[in-house]
Design a protein around this ligand. Structure first.
Ligand code: NAD
Length: 247
C-alpha cells in the first residue's frame, strides 16, 4: 500500500473490466492515475469517485500519435511516470479459414502493436525519471489455443515475448517489465461466453477452482508485479487462471 501512495501510474483500457479494477485499486492505494481508454466517457466514473487524482484521456493504443499525446498530457499534469499497466485489448474471433485479413489486423494492431507502442513511449519517459515498472496484459491463450482465437492468441503470445525483450533492453534503465496471463475472467469482454450454459459447464470442469476469476483478482497480481515487493522480478509471466493451464 505504501508503494502506491505517491506514485504516478498510467493505465490503458481503464474504462472497463480488468483495467477499471486496476485503476480503482491504484486510486484506493493513493496513487495519481493517468486513466486512458478509447472511450473517454467510460472514464468519468473514476473522476466522479476520485476527483483530481485521475487524469482521464482518450487514447487509441494502436495509434502511435495518440498514445504519445495522451501520455504527454498526463505527465504534464502529474509531473512524472512511475508505473504503467498496458491492459487495453480486444478479441474478435473466427475460424482461420473464414478469418478476414482485416479482423486479423484488428486483433494484432490493438493487442500486440498497442503494447509495443505503449511500452516504447512509457519507457522513454521512465528512463528520464530514473526507472519504473510496467505490466503487460497477455492471456492464458498465449499458451493454450482456442477455436476461433488464432489472431487473438497469436497476438497475446507476441505480447509475452515482447515483454521479455523489453525487460532485457530496459533493465539498465531501471525499468522492470512483466506479463500477466489471465484465464477466464468475468468482464464485459467475456459476457457472451459466461452466459453460454453448455460452454461454461464444459469450461468449469477444466478449471480446478471451478469458477471464473474476478477482475480484482487480476488487479492484485498486476499491482504486486509493478510494486516494490517484486523488485527482483523482471521478464517473467504470472498465470492467473484458477489452475486451467495444469489440466
Ligand atoms: P474489457 O472489454 O472489459 O476492457 C477492455 C478495454 O480496452 C475497454 O474499455 C476498451 O474500450 C479498451 N480498448 C479497446 N481497444 C482499445 C484501443 N485501441 N485503445 C485503447 N483502449 C482500447 O476487457 P477485459 O476483459 O477487462 O480485458 C482487459 C485485458 O485483459 C485485455 O487485454 C484482454 O485481452 C485481457 N484478458 C482478458 C481475459 C478475460 O477473460 N476477461 C482473459 C485474458 C486476457
Amino acid at each position: 500500500t505504501e508503494d502506491y501512495r505517491s506514485a504516478v501510474a498510467f493505465v490503458t483500457g481503464a474504462a472497463s473490466g480488468i483495467g477499471a479494477a486496476v485503476t480503482t485499486m491504484l486510486l484506493e492505494r493513493g496513487a495519481a492515475v493517468i486513466a486512458s481508454d478509447l472511450s473517454e466517457k467510460g472514464l468519468a466514473f473514476h473522476v466522479d469517485r476520485y476527483g483530481d487524482r485521475v487524469f482521464p484521456v482518450r487514447v487509441d493504443v494502436s495509434d502511435e500519435g495518440s498514445i504519445e499525446a495522451g501520455l504527454a498530457a498526463g505527465v504534464d499534469r502529474f509531473g512524472r511516470l512511475d508505473r504503467a499497466f498496458n491492459i487495453a485489448g480486444v478479441s474478435k474471433g473466427a475460424m482461420i479459414v473464414d478469418l478476414p485479413v482485416e479482423q486479423w489486423d484488428f486483433n494484432v494492431n490493438v493487442v500486440l502493436r498497442g503494447v509495443f507502442l505503449s511500452v516504447k513511449h512509457e519507457a522513454r519517459i521512465m528512463r528520464e525519471n530514473g526507472g519504473g515498472a510496467i505490466v503487460n496484459m497477455s492471456s492464458l491463450n498465449a499458451h493454450v489455443p482456442m477455436h476461433t482465437g488464432a489472431a487473438y492468441a497469436s497476438a497475446k503470445a507476441g505480447v509475452e515475448m515482447f515483454t521479455k525483450n523489453a525487460a532485457l533492453e530496459l533493465a539498465d534503465d531501471g525499468i522492470r517489465l512483466n506479463a500477466i496471463l489471465p484465464g477466464l475472467i468475468d468482464t464485459p469482454l467475456t459476457q457472451r461466453r459466461l452466459t453460454n450454459g453448455p460452454l461454461m459447464e464444459h469450461w468449469l470442469t477444466r478449471i480446478p477452482l471451478h469458477r471464473p476469476g474476478l477482475p480484482e483478482e487480476v488487479a492484485q497480481a498486476a499491482l504486486f508485479l509493478a510494486g516494490s515487493e517484486a523488485s527482483y522480478i523482471t521478464g517473467t509471466s504470472l498465470v492467473v487462471d484458477g489452475g486451467w493451464e495444469i489440466t
